[in-house]
Design a protein around this ligand. Structure first.
Ligand SMILES: Cc1cc2nc3c(=O)[nH]c(=O)nc-3n(C[C@H](O)[C@H](O)[C@H](O)COP(=O)(O)OP(=O)(O)OC[C@H]3O[C@@H](n4cnc5c(N)ncnc54)[C@H](O)[C@@H]3O)c2cc1C
Length: 472
C-alpha cells in the first residue's frame, strides 16, 4: 500500500464497492475496509439454514441493479455475474386465487388489471419506456451531480411522481392495479400517501418493463464478488474483518468515503450532532426458508414469478405500513414481499428443494416475533405452505442491526424514506455526499438515490470525490 492513498472506502456494500471501483478505474489508489468477514453488505449469500441451501439474507431481486447506469457501465459479467430472469418479474395474488402481474410486457401487465384499467396503465408507462435509460440516469443522479440529459422527460416524470402514490392510483378504477402499485411503493417502506411515492412505484414498474427483475446466479453475493474482483484487478485492496471505529483506524489518505449510516459516520469522524435530524424508518422481520418443494401458490402466475407481493388490497397494505411506521405496533396482517429465486436459478438448493424469503414491516427496534402472522398470510395464498418447511432462519430488527450496522433499528433503507428525506438525504443539501470535513464523504443508501442494490450512491459520491482529488 502506498504511504498516502488517494482514497479509503469504509464499508463493502454495493455502494462502497462501486465507489471504490469508480475511483480505481480513474487511476486513483484505493483501499476498502469492511467490518464483516466477507464483502457484500446487503448483497450477500449464506447457507443460513441447511447445507446446500444458499440464502440471500438481504437483497435477492434486482430490478435496480440490472437497470443501474453505474453497474451497466462495469464489466461485471466478466467477473462471474450472471442475471437470471424468472418467467414473470413479479406477481400479486389475490384471495380469490387470481393475480395481477408485473410482466416484461406492458400488454400482459395491463391485461392482468382488467379491462377498466388496462388503458390507463398503458397511458401511464408507455410514454416513458423509449426514454427509460436517460430517465433512469437523470433520476438516479439527482440532486445535481449531473445536469439532466432530458430535462423535459424528467420534469414530466416529476409531475406524475412527486405527488403521493395515492393520487397517481386514482387513475385506476379497480382495486387490482391499485393494490399492485401500493405494493411497489411499499418496497422502500414509504407511506402510500407520502411525498414523491408515486415515483417509487413508477420506477419499479418501468424497470420491470425495461430489463426485468432478475436474480443473480448463485445468489446476490455474486454481485459483490464481481465488484470486489474487479476492484482488485484495478489495483485496489480489500480488507475484511476490520471495523472502523475512529478515523485514526485508517491509513493516511487524501479522501475517505463512508458506506455507513450517517449516525456511525458522525461518531467515527467526530461530527457531533451534524446528522442529529436524520430519521430512521420502520424495521423489517425477515424469514429465510429451506423448503421441500416450490411454494404451493394458488394463483398459477405466482408460481412463475421471482417476486411475489402479499397484501389483499391497498387498504390492507396501507394499514400494515401505518402500523409499523406511525402506530408503533406490528401489523395484524403484515404486507409481505417474498422472493423465490429457485424459479430462475436451480443452483440455490439441492434438486427439487427451494430457498424462499419473506419480510414484513415492523416498528424500528421491535423485538417481537412475526413468524406466525407472516405464515398465516402465506397460507392464505399458498395453502399447505407450512408443510413444505424444512428449516427457517428468522431475523428481526435487533438481528438485522447486528448483522449490518447500517440497518439501524432494523431499518433496511438506512433512513426513513418519507417526507423530503426520500429525495434529500442525509441532509437538505445539493451536495449530499459532502460532509463537514472536506476530505470525508458519505456514499451509503442514506444518500440519493436511496435504498436498493444499484451502486448509484457510490457512483455519485465517487464523482464528488474525484472532482475534489483533481482540485487538490
Ligand atoms: C432483508 C433485506 C431485503 C432486501 N431486499 C432487497 C432487494 O431484493 N433488492 C434490492 O435492490 N435491495 C434490497 N435490500 C436493500 C439493499 O440490500 C440495500 O439498500 C443496499 O445493500 C444498500 O447498500 P449500501 O452499500 O448503501 O449499504 P450496505 O449494503 O448496508 O453495506 C454497508 C457495509 O458497510 C459495512 N460497515 C458499516 N459500518 C462499518 C464500519 N464502521 N467499519 C467497517 N465496515 C462497516 C457493513 O458491514 C456493510 O457491509 C434489502 C435489504 C434487506 C436487509
Amino acid at each position: 500500500m502506498p504511504s498516502m492513498l488517494d482514497a479509503v472506502v469504509v464499508g463493502a456494500g454495493p455502494n462502497g464497492l462501486t465507489a471504490a471501483v469508480e475511483l480505481a478505474r480513474r487511476g486513483f489508489s484505493v483501499a476498502l475496509f469492511e467490518a464483516k468477514d466477507t464483502v457484500g453488505g446487503g448483497a450477500r449469500t449464506e447457507e443460513l439454514t441447511l447445507p446446500g441451501f444458499h440464502h440471500d439474507p438481504c437483497s435477492a431481486a434486482h430490478p435496480l441493479a440490472v437497470n443501474s447506469p453505474a453497474f451497466r457501465a462495469l464489466p461485471l459479467e466478466r467477473y462471474g455475474l450472471q442475471w437470471l430472469h424468472p418467467e414473470l418479474p413479479m406477481a400479486h395474488p389475490f384471495p380469490d386465487g387470481t393475480a395481477a402481474v408485473l410482466s416484461r410486457s406492458v400488454g400482459e401487465t395491463a391485461a392482468s388489471f382488467g379491462p377498466r384499467d388496462a388503458g390507463a396503465y398503458r397511458r401511464l408507462v408507455e410514454p416513458f419506456l423509449p426514454k427509460w435509460d436517460t430517465l433512469a440516469r437523470d433520476f438516479m443522479s439527482l440532486p445535481m451531480t449531473a445536469l439532466p440529459r432530458d430535462p423535459v422527460t424528467l420534469a414530466r416524470f416529476g409531475l406524475l411522481g412527486l405527488p403521493p402514490s395515492t393520487w397517481l392510483t386514482r387513475r385506476f378504477r379497480d382495486e387490482r392495479a391499485r393494490t399492485l402499485f401500493a405494493g411497489l411503493v411499499a418496497h422502500v417502506m414509504a407511506p402510500l400517501g407520502g411525498f414523491a411515492t408515486g415515483a417509487i412505484g413508477l420506477v419499479f414498474a418501468l424497470a420491470a418493463h425495461a430489463r426485468g427483475w432478475p436474480v443473480a446466479r448463485g445468489g446476490s453475493q455474486a454481485i459483490s464478488d464481481a465488484l470486489a474482483a474487479y476492484l482488485k484487478d484495478l489495483g485496489g485492496s480489500v480488507h475484511t474483518d476490520y471495523e472502523v471505529k475512529r478515523l485514526d483506524d485508517l491509513p493516511p489518505a487524501r479522501a475517505y468515503v463512508f458506506d455507513t449510516s450517517p449516525t456511525a459516520l458522525a461518531r467515527i469522524a467526530g461530527f457531533g450532532d451534524h446528522y442529529a435530524n436524520y430519521r430512521y424508518g420502520p424495521g423489517v422481520f425477515k424469514i429465510d426458508y429451506a423448503l421441500d418443494g416450490p411454494v404451493p401458490w394458488t394463483a398459477p402466475q405466482a408460481r412463475t414469478a421471482g417476486t411475489v407481493q402479499i397484501g389483499a388490497d391497498s387498504d390492507e397494505i396501507g394499514a400494515a405500513l401505518r402500523a409499523a411506521s406511525r402506530e408503533g405496533r406490528a401489523p395484524d396482517a403484515p404486507f409481505l414481499i417474498t422472493v423465490q429465486p429457485g424459479v430462475a436459478d436451480p443452483t440455490r438448493a439441492p434438486a427439487g428443494k427451494h430457498v424462499f424469503w419473506a419480510y414484513g414491516h415492523v416498528p424500528n427496534g421491535w423485538t417481537g416475533d412475526l413468524t406466525d402472522a407472516m405464515e398465516r398470510q402465506l397460507e392464505r395464498y399458498a395453502p399447505g405452505f407450512r408443510d413444505r418447511i424444512l428449516a427457517r432462519a428468522t431475523a428481526g430488527p435487533p438481528e438485522l442491526a447486528a448483522r449490518n450496522a447500517n440497518y439501524v433499528g432494523g431499518d433496511i433503507a438506512s433512513g426513513a424514506v418519507s417526507g423530503l428525506q426520500l429525495l434529500l438525504r442525509p441532509k437538505l443539501s445539493l451536495f449530499p455526499y459532502a460532509t463537514p470535513h472536506p476530505a470525508v464523504f458519505i456514499c451509503s443508501s442514506a444518500t440519493p438515490p436511496g435504498p436498493g442494490v444499484h451502486g448509484m450512491s457510490g457512483h455519485n459520491a465517487a464523482k464528488a470525490v474525484w472532482r475534489r482529488l483533481r482540485q487538490t
